[in-house]
Design a protein around this ligand. Structure first.
Ligand SMILES: Nc1ncnc2c1ncn2[C@@H]1O[C@H](COP(=O)(O)OP(=O)(O)OP(=O)(O)O)[C@@H](O)[C@H]1O
Ligand SMILES: [Mg+2]
Length: 234
């Protein structure tokens, strides 16, 4: 397949609220290639999570369209996206959304079982290797609620990587991490991009903004690329 892996064209989203219609996205255009590693910045409430939810197809735009790979996400019934999403997109949610009743390592195995990715006999070792890579292999058999926020965040990252998806989306994936873990996660995402995944994260982390290959700012409902020499200003 040629062309961008993720395309957003004229994407609009408004929410009906008790105080009237809130226009969050007013025509967002974006093209992300396989192998790209991009960050989206912008003030709280700017619509970053909203935009990611449109790309993954868990929310529906008010106008415009999203295409991921050869699939037009917009207009596809949600039920038809579930299996496709499990194979295609690894998502690190802003609030993790780990399964509370199963262990950490089983949380990471879950997407492999669900989408039937990797040989069944190899899944546990792969999950453990991802946890080790993120520095939390010693937490593997605990339940998520026994972990700190930053440890839970890294479980969510391991889970997002479990199926080696061609698209990785992280909503503030390092918000709860110290400097060392943040760098580790950054390097992990960079390696995924180097192996051909498209990686999109939102972040407030200045060092990530300074080092990520491409940065966009979402402001007043529109997305603009921030050139490297201007990043210190935002
Ligand atoms: N389901 C909803 N109904 C109504 N308004 C919503 C809904 N979801 C989000 N919003 C509003 O849309 C705007 C964008 O929210 P969003 O969560 O996308 O912001 P964000 O850029 O991710 O912010 P943050 O950096 O704080 O995570 C906010 O003003 C929010 O209040
Ligand atoms: Mg958000």
């Amino acid at each position: 397949m040629s062309g961008p892996f993720v395309t957003s064209r004229g994407l609009m989203k408004h929410y009906d609220t008790p105080t009237g219609s809130l226009e969050v996205l007013k025509g967002v255009d974006l093209e992300i290639q396989s192998g790209d590693f991009v960050a989206i910045i912008g003030p709280s409430g700017a619509g970053k999570t909203t935009l990611l939810n449109m790309i993954t197809g868990v929310d529906t735009p008010s106008g415009g369209e999203i295409v991921v790979g050869d699939r037009r996400v917009t207009g596809t019934p949600p039920s038809q996206l579930v299996k496709w999403r499990a194979r295609t997109i690894g998502v690190v949610f802003q609030f993790f959304q780990l399964l509370p009743t199963i262990s950490v390592v089983d949380n990471v195995i879950f997407p492999m079982d669900y989408a039937n990715v990797h040989q069944p006999a190899e899944r546990r070792d792969y999950a453990l290797s991802l946890l080790a890579r993120l520095g939390i292999e010693d937490q593997a058999v605990k339940r998520p609620d026994m972990l700190s926020g930053g440890q839970q965040q890294r479980v969510a990252i391991a889970r997002a990587l479990a199926n080696d998806p061609p698209l990785i989306i992280g909503d503030e994936p390092t918000a709860n991490l110290d400097r060392m873990s943040t760098e580790n996660v950054f390097n992990t995402f960079r390696d995924s991009a180097a192996r051909g995944a498209a990686v999109i994260i939102t972040t407030y982390d200045r060092e990530i903004v300074a080092s990520v290959p491409r940065v966009y700012e979402l402001k007043d409902g529109l997305l603009h690329e921030v050139k490297a020499d201007r990043r210190a200003l935002v």
